[in-house]
Write a protein that binds this ligand. Structure first.
Ligand SMILES: Nc1ncnc2c1ncn2[C@@H]1O[C@H](COP(=O)(O)OP(=O)(O)O)[C@@H](O)[C@H]1O
Ligand SMILES: [Mg+2]
Length: 301
């Protein structure tokens, strides 16, 4: 496994203010690696240090085998990076933008190819300002990878987009990975991280508080399954006696059982053997949101 990013104990201050305290993670070639955390957690600062756009104050960084502090020029030729929204003049034409960004890496594909690849040939002569939101997004993605990078950094790519454009952008990001490019994706959206990322570093209060796959995070931090149903049975101690059951909470007829393993099946069978077959039985899988609440104590935005 080749590591394309290695960060150890990254630290960054703005004057006296510590923006990133202790961030360590590594990214393997070919994955979509998520950096997830609330606003102000230090995500952007982290990826700016990795891209050589800011100089870190402590820790060890290696990106594509280069040191972002001393080799930032070479590094920026080799990585792709997402533009901030305001970065393109309205009158710039689509082909001009792509040509400009392709020229960053002379060894990359011809710009005409990039235009085709991202379905922008039809919009070739359109000005940036005349594109729809979705088309602008497509152009931003094309520009981020126009220099055929091995690694691309995308920071809050879908913030402010309508649900439809978000989905389209998710597909574009998957397309980047299918081309063999490793993606570091910064987001504060849990559904986005859950949908796209192979692994996720959760950052909170300037530190990495967990790193794993989505399933691994859920298993470790929100492993409990949750089964709910309604019943008139007065005594449910037979459920609490089950090995899979960790907790039972009752609110009138409504009962919530938490636990692990084959919880749903065991609870259903036990109820059935007591003459109860609830029609409203429901099981909820924990989500990344539960993980987040458990780790950070609910500090979501
Ligand atoms: N140029 C800067 N000067 C001073 N403080 C900054 C600067 N950029 C970011 N910060 C502060 O550093 C912290 C982390 O910011 P940032 O890395 O942008 O977080 P995130 O991307 O997770 O929202 C925030 O408290 C932010 O206000
Ligand atoms: Mg940010």
């Amino acid at each position: 496994m080749t590591l394309v990013v290695e960060a150890q104990h990254l630290q960054k201050r703005y004057g006296d203010f510590v923006a990133v305290e202790d961030v360590s993670f590594s990214v393997a070639e070919g994955e979509i690696f998520g950096i997830l955390g609330p606003n102000g957690a230090g995500k952007t600062t982290t990826v700016e240090c990795l891209q050589g756009l800011r100089k870190s104050d402590g820790g060890e960084l290696a990106v594509l085998g280069l040191d972002p502090r001393s080799e930032s020029e070479e590094l920026r030729r080799q990585i792709g990076s997402q533009l901030q929204e305001s970065a393109l003049p309205d009158r710039l034409k689509v082909w001009e933008a792509i040509k400009l960004f392709s020229s960053r890496n002379p060894g990359g594909p011809p710009w005409e190819h990039v235009l085709e690849q991202w379905n922008l040939a039809e919009k070739r002569d359109a000005s940036f300002g005349s594109l729809s939101g979705g088309q602008q997004q497509r152009l931003f993605v094309a520009l981020a990878v126009a220099n055929a990078p091995k690694l691309v950094f995308l920071d809050e790519m879908t913030t402010g987009l309508d649900p439809m454009s978000r989905r389209v952008t998710w597909d574009l990001i998957r397309q980047i990975r299918e081309m063999g490019t490793t993606v570091v994706l910064v987001t504060h959206f849990m559904d986005e991280a859950e949908n796209l990322c192979d692994r996720i570093a959760v950052i909170d209060h300037k530190r990495v508080v967990a790193i794993d796959t989505v399933d691994g995070l859920i298993e470790a931090h929100a492993g409990d399954a949750r089964v709910t149903f309604s019943t008139d049975l007065p005594d449910l101690s037979f459920l609490e006696a089950l090995e899979e059951v960790a907790g039972l909470d009752r609110n009138g007829r409504r009962v919530t059982v938490t636990g692990h393993g084959a919880l749903l099946a065991r609870v259903a069978v036990a109820l059935d053997s007591h003459g109860e077959t609830p029609v409203d039985m429901d099981v909820k899988r924990a989500s990344l949101e539960d993980v987040f609440l458990n780790i950070t104590g609910g500090n979501v935005t």
